[in-house]
Design a binder for this molecule. Structure first.
Ligand code: SAM
Length: 218
């Protein structure tokens, strides 16, 4: 199994994150702060699993050349409508990011994954990242946020393979389909194709429950 169709129901029935994630804002504005707005169109960023385009909306407004691939047709439609309504460029592709062969090699400056790869199996994540490396320019960068195996609710639901569960009935991943909880070692393994990887961690405690993410970038 690759793309989980549960996401189409989720996007059909709710407005998913209208605004970009704080990590995405901080990372991209920090990294490219030396590039004036007028020159940002030269920087091509692709988001894997762009949902309803909350991050693309922000990056596009900030002047970047943005692209997205998303498995949910509903999310693609909502994202396209939103970008079009603000006269922003729309480059949203409907598809499974387990196959990135439709994108040109050595084309993008940055690949963004904000909690989307984590809804795939470990072996798939490795393969997707290998392909992501291929569509990046030689000195291209990666930014990814993935849930860690120190998160409460891990090991609930139905076991799929080590670290991967589905039909989770509690906390953040209730009704979110297949979810892969990664260890630090997993992260190092997935990101082997990339140079100078830095692994940060963000821990949220909500109502006494832990939600922990790895933030991976270079
Ligand atoms: C948790 S949402 C995150 C959406 C967005 N990145 C954000 O920051 O709000 C995960 C998204 O990834 C998409 N997704 C997960 N696996 C996918 C795959 N293999 N191919 C395409 N889209 C996928 C889902 O449809 C969903 O929209």
């Amino acid at each position: 199994m690759a793309y989980d169709k549960i996401w189409n129901n989720i996007h059909e029935n709710m407005i998913w994150g209208k605004y970009p994630s704080e990590e995405v804002v901080r990372h991209f504005l920090g990294k490219y702060k030396h590039i004036p707005f007028k020159d940002r169109k030269k920087i091509k960023i692709i988001e894997l699993g762009c949902g309803q385009s909350n991050n693309l909306w922000f990056l596009s407004r900030e002047g970047f050349d943005t692209y997205g691939i998303e498995g949910s047709l509903e999310a693609c439609k909502k994202g396209r409508d939103r970008l079009e309504s603000e006269n922003l460029d729309v480059n949203i592709y409907h598809g499974d990011f387990n196959d990135l062969s439709g994108f040109k090699k050595n084309y993008f400056d940055d690949v963004l994954d904000n909690v989307s790869l984590q809804h795939n199996r470990k072996s798939e994540i490795k393969n997707i990242l290998l392909q992501a490396k291929n569509i990046l320019k030689e000195d291209g960068k990666i930014f990814s946020v993935m849930v860690s195996d120190k998160t409460d609710g891990y090991k609930t639901g139905d076991f799929v393979e080590p670290g991967v569960y589905q039909n989770i009935q509690e906390l953040w991943f209730k009704n979110r389909g297949l979810t892969c909880f990664s260890s630090f070692e997993d992260i190092i393994d997935y990101f082997q194709p990339f140079k100078d990887i830095v692994v940060d961690k963000k821990i949220n405690i909500e109502n006494g429950k832990t939600l922990e993410h790895y933030i991976i970038h270079n």
